[in-house]
Design a protein around this ligand. Structure first.
Ligand code: NDP
Ligand code: MG
Length: 386
């Protein structure tokens, strides 16, 4: 049996590390063709030693250093944005797993799709900003995009064997994040630690802040729209604190199909890599008698205005989702550097959405331009704040 050759973009991150655990667990089925990291060179070097990829890409300005001699002559070293794109389109891989956080994932995802690869996509930001470009290119080049995000993996599985035209509604579930039970009046004074303390998942910093503002669910609505070709008004968010039902599909006859599982990202990662097969694994299995209760609530859009802003941007379409994505990313970065308060994040998103001049079909260059504009505006906001 031929092993599937997997290129892991963002291998030093939370998803990347979990993906390598999955690959290691199925050594007879998968092998690593490529790896990439932004700045964590020591972990990347360990991974190179263990998984022996043919090529690696490192972030802009990062250096392998003297210890780089350990990577050996056979490993091709690429660097910077162009290097990451080149790795994404490499002929030596069957599946490209995209797990680079934020907008840095957009062009590599486009490149992998353009090369006709099967893309296991964790980086939702790529579809939020450039879903119209990436999905069109995927159809043109015969590339399949398989979701890694747990909710979208759930919907993907619920839809197997069904026609999307028979879908009445998608229910995207949300645990509620770390602030679900914290009164809104405390939001002004939240520390980074409180914001980053997610009750159910251990994730990278950006997505952890996104879960606290709940913009993460907003990004996921837009991600679902592009992945499944469904209108935003047929996608509903449900708060489900137990995080056992990962999402549901309601069909036109009223039948609802749900996917349930433990909260472990190795599960959706494994499915994205094994699809269309399923492999037996040694992960803990779901025990519903132990969980006893599954509860669902409507989200509070006043407490979490970023979710409302995401709905608005999704309905507005054109370049609005790109502005939502870029302004959120810049604001989260500023919050993590202690330049702004937690409550400034939705303020910044709202301001950028109202200020920008809408483009109907933004190109990848337009999206880069939006990013530069937003960064400079958020920079001004931060200097005004300090
Ligand atoms: P992490 O922050 O843990 O990891 C991000 C990875 O991307 C790291 O390997 C990092 O390298 C690399 N990276 C970051 N910026 C750049 C850049 N500019 N150029 C090149 N490489 C870069 O993120 P997560 O793994 O948590 O998330 C990755 C993606 O998956 C996100 O889009 C997120 O929304 C999505 N996702 C994550 C989930 C999770 O459970 N974590 C669940 C569902 C979706 P380095 O660290 O070496 O600098
Ligand atoms: Mg998710």
């Amino acid at each position: 049996m031929n092993k599937k050759r997997i290129c892991v973009l963002g291998s030093t991150g939370s998803i990347g590390r979990n993906a390598l655990k999955v690959i290691e667990g199925f050594g007879g089925r998968f092998e690593v063709s490529g790896l990439s990291a932004g700045s964590n060179m020591s972990l990347l070097l360990e991974q190179v030693k263990k998984f022996k990829p043919k090529a690696i890409a490192i972030g802009e300005g990062s250096k392998i250093g003297r210890s780089g001699r350990r990577i050996g002559e056979k490993v091709r070293l690429l660097s910077g944005k162009k290097g990451l794109e080149e790795l994404a389109g490499e002929k030596d891989s069957d599946i490209v797993l995209v797990a680079v956080s934020g907008s840095a994932s957009i062009r590599p995802t486009f490149r992998a799709v353009s090369a006709g690869k099967t893309v296991a996509l964790a980086s939702k930001e790529a579809l939020v900003s450039a879903g119209h470009i990436i999905t069109r290119e995927a159809v043109k080049k015969g590339s399949t995009i398989i979701p890694v995000d747990s909710e979208h993996s759930a919907v993907f599985q619920c839809l197997l064997g069904s026609d999307i035209s028979k879908v009445a509604k998608l229910y995207i579930t949300a645990s509620g994040g770390p602030l679900w039970n914290i009164p809104k009046k405390r939001f002004m004074h939240l520390s980074r630690k409180e914001v980053l303390r997610h009750p159910k998942w251990r994730m990278g910093k950006k997505i952890s802040v996104d879960s606290a503002t709940m913009v993460n669910k907003g990004l996921e609505l837009i991600e679902a729209k592009w992945l499944f070709g469904i209108d935003i008004d047929r996608i509903e968010v449900l708060i489900h604190p137990e995080a056992i039902v990962h999402s549901m599909v309601e069909f036109i006859d009223g039948s609802v199909i749900a996917q349930l599982g433990i909260t472990d990202m190795r599960l959706p990662i494994q499915y994205a890599l094994s699809y269309p097969e399923r492999f037996e694994n040694s992960l803990k299995k779901l025990d519903l008698t132990n969980i006893k209760k599954l509860s669902f609530y409507k989200p509070d859009l006043k407490k979490f205005p970023s979710l409302q802003l995401a709905y608005d941007a999704a309905r507005d379409g054109g370049s609005a989702p790109s502005v939502l994505n870029s302004s959120n990313e810049a604001a989260v970065d500023a919050f993590l550097r202690s330049k702004i308060k937690f409550t400034d994040i939705p303020k910044i998103i709202e301001k950028m959405l109202s200020k920008h001049k809408r483009i109907e079909f933004p190109s990848l260059d337009d999206i880069d331009e939006i990013e530069r504009w937003v960064e400079s505006e958020v920079g001004k906001f931060c200097s005004y704040r300090s």
